[in-house]
Design a protein around this ligand. Structure first.
Ligand code: ZN
Length: 254
């Protein structure tokens, strides 16, 4: 667990460099965002929290993909929010989410998997630092990043990664996926005062790194949509699945 800003902690799992974010609040309560990814890692998170005197009082899932809707009974029985659209999509696509989880990180309690409550408000209701929700449909429908204005931490969900290119999402072919992604990226880029960016997969970055990633992502989108070769350092080190996504996305372009 790294303390990336006062009272904000990030753990990074081995699988896909998946991050978990914890925000300390009042009276030992904490907000847990996207706890991931294996059963053992969730239990280790629960042990770490209790050793620090922290107790989850609310959860947030950034988007309806299997690795972002996990939970464990060891984290307690608390309300776990997501955007209204994300909750609808998670319910509709539950069988596919379950099989994705069973394939990559099996053994999670299905009674707790993707058990999300829709949040219509612009901030997560909890007793702790303000947590603003930024909703868009890039990467996944109803994607909700979280911004903590007190510390300038942007928990970006599956955006702004230094290890993954922009991933347009499974339903990408339907309606203007590049435009939708650009809009979502613009929503994040317009947040004033970002000092720390926490991607869903990859390394935490500072303000300059956040700007660099936003620019790299816009550059990737422009090139991929035009079907041009993309000079992107994330592709140089990419795993086969990521290269396959890149090929698929480039084929969606003009
Ligand atoms: Zn995702």
């Amino acid at each position: 667990m790294d303390e990336v800003a006062p009272g904000v902690f990030v753990a990074t799992a081995e699988l896909y460099m998946t991050t978990t974010t914890v925000v300390a609040g009042a009276d030992g309560g904490c907000l847990v965002i996207d706890p991931a990814v294996t059963v053992a890692e969730l239990d280790a998170l629960a042990s770490w929290l209790s050793a620090r005197g922290l107790r989850p009082v609310a959860g947030w899932s950034t988007h309806p993909h299997w690795d972002h809707v996990l939970w464990s009974s060891s984290l307690g029985d608390v309300v776990r929010y997501a955007t209204r659209r994300a909750v609808e999509v998670a319910a509709r696509e539950l069988p596919g989410l379950v099989s994705g989880m069973e394939e990559a990180a099996p053994g999670h309690d299905l009674a707790l998997f993707a058990r999300l409550a829709p949040l219509a408000a612009p901030e997560i209701p909890w007793r702790g630092p303000r947590a603003t929700v930024l909703t868009h449909d890039a990467h996944a429908p109803g994607h909700g990043a979280v911004f903590l204005p007190d510390t300038g931490v942007l928990v970006a969900g599956d955006m702004c990664s230094d290890t993954e290119i922009p991933l347009l999402g499974m339903e990408a072919a339907e309606t203007d996926p590049f435009g939708r992604y650009r809009h979502g990226l613009g929503v994040l880029a317009d947040v004033p005062g970002v000092r720390v960016v926490v991607p869903g997969h990859g390394h935490v970055g500072d303000a300059a790194e956040f700007r660099r990633r936003v620019a790299a992502d816009f550059g990737y989108l422009d090139a991929a949509q035009a079907g041009r070769d993309v000079a992107d350092e994330r592709l140089a080190a990419a795993a086969p699945w990521l290269l396959a996504e890149h090929d698929r996305q480039r084929a969606l372009g003009y």
